[in-house]
Design a protein around this ligand. Structure first.
Ligand code: NAD
Ligand code: GLY
Length: 362
């Protein structure tokens, strides 16, 4: 097992990464303050891992909420199931919520924990690659609104993150690739060396080689932990973690939640960001090719969805969380392995890039 720390002073917490961690009661017990523990999971993950998770919690008073599975259920209505269970079982302020599942379960459980009785503790047990490398770390929690992805939420850090890499063996290939999109993202943000490693080791990741997966998770979590420690609430550089997300969230909302997986939308969004950066003269075609090739090597999309229009993108991107005073801010690339936050990019150039990508997809 390897342990990293998200350094946030008194609210610092460990990220444990390794095999056979689910079931290790010692890892979790020190992070639970009261007796009441609510495990939140979904109908796919429950039959696979709930029993093992509950075996970590003998001695506590545990209850379980099983949510429907899918991005389309990441909303306020379904969130109510968690509050209902907490209230029905008289959970008090010292209770702990446990998120057992992927990023949807993690974001919803985190938001329930942030808001129940104005804030209770929670623990992340991420079971997808995407949630192990990204969503379980950093304290962004929330749900979608029909008009915008992740628009309702709060920052609320977990007590600890337990990433058991064995759980990745039951993920389907499409979900594994979606997780690799967020892994690649860290390379493009600020880690050129990691890009080189990914170019050499992509096959191992796709074949679920456990040491390659552990290494990729460790580097990703370390890269994210560093950024979160420096800018917890996204006053500045944390926005870099949204590389590909302005385009990607538009894809998720525009296509209908769940049609394109989050990681697929981010993959397409990162290629669009590279293409836009090239149009602005910040990177050359060779860099764009390396971006596109790495994304494609993970079996991820490299164009926008042909069902969408440039205008639909523009409209949806106007409700991005990075918009300030009506001005769109985008994360773009100024070199391979280096991303920057850009403001005031000419809308005509964005439309041109989108139209080219849509033509390539058609
Ligand atoms: P997900 O939670 O929908 O999980 C993907 C699928 O895999 C689901 O069907 C799930 O039931 C299933 N699953 C989970 N674990 C499994 C396992 N071990 N074996 C087999 N199947 C398993 O999707 P995701 O990709 O984990 O997360 C995407 C969500 O995370 C999006 O809503 C996105 O907005 C959010 N996100 C949040 C942050 C953040 O910082 N909070 C960062 C990135 C993404
Ligand atoms: N996934 C973006 C962030 O955590 O800031």
């Amino acid at each position: 097992m390897q342990t990293l720390t998200v350094d946030l002073g008194e609210r610092s917490y460990p990220i444990h990464i390794g095999s056979n961690l689910l079931g290790d009661s010692q890892l979790i017990a020190e992070h639970i303050q009261g007796q009441q523990v609510m495990v939140v999971t979904n109908e796919t993950v429950a039959p696979l891992y709930l029993e093992k998770c509950l075996s970590m919690l003998t001695g506590f008073r545990t209850e379980t909420v099983i949510l429907p599975d899918g991005e389309q259920y990441k909303n306020l209505d379904v969130l109510n199931n968690i509050y209902d269970a907490l209230l029905t079982h008289h959970f008090d302020r010292r209770c702990t919520l446990i998120a057992l599942g992927g990023g949807v379960v993690g974001d919803m459980t985190g938001f329930a924990a942030a808001s129940y009785q104005r804030g209770v503790n929670f623990i992340q047990i991420p079971t997808t690659l995407l949630s192990q490398v990204d969503s379980s770390v950093g304290g962004k929690t929330g749900v979608n609104h029909p008009l915008g992805k992740n628009m309702i939420g709060a920052f609320h850090q977990p007590q600890c993150v337990i990433a058991d890499t064995d759980t990745l063996m039951t993920l389907d290939d499409r979900q594994l690739s979606a997780g690799i999109a967020e892994v690649i993202k860290y390379g493009f943000i600020n880690d050129l060396e990691f890009i080189g490693w990914l170019e050499t080791n992509m096959d191992k990741l796709l074949q679920r080689d456990s040491s390659a997966l552990s290494y990729a998770i460790k580097v990703s979590c370390q890269d994210k932990a560093d950024i979160v420690a420096a800018d917890e609430k996204e006053a500045g550089q944390r926005a870099l973690l949204n590389l590909g997300h302005t385009f990607g969230h538009a894809i998720e909302t525009g296509m209908g939640y769940g049609e394109w997986l989050h990681g697929e939308a981010i993959a397409s969004g990162m290629v669009l960001a590279a293409e836009l950066s090239e149009q602005l003269g910040w990177i050359d075609a060779e860099v764009v090719n390396r971006v596109r090739t790495l994304v494609a090597s993970a079996n991820l999309p490299t164009t926008a969805p042909k069902e969408m229009s440039a205008q639909q993108f523009i409209d949806l991107m106007a409700v991005d969380k990075k918009v300030i005073d009506g001005k769109l801010r985008l994360v773009l690339m100024d070199a391979l392995g280096s991303s920057v936050i850009a403001e005031g990019v000419d809308q005509k150039i964005i439309e041109r890039v989108l139209n080219r990508s849509l033509e390539a997809a058609a």
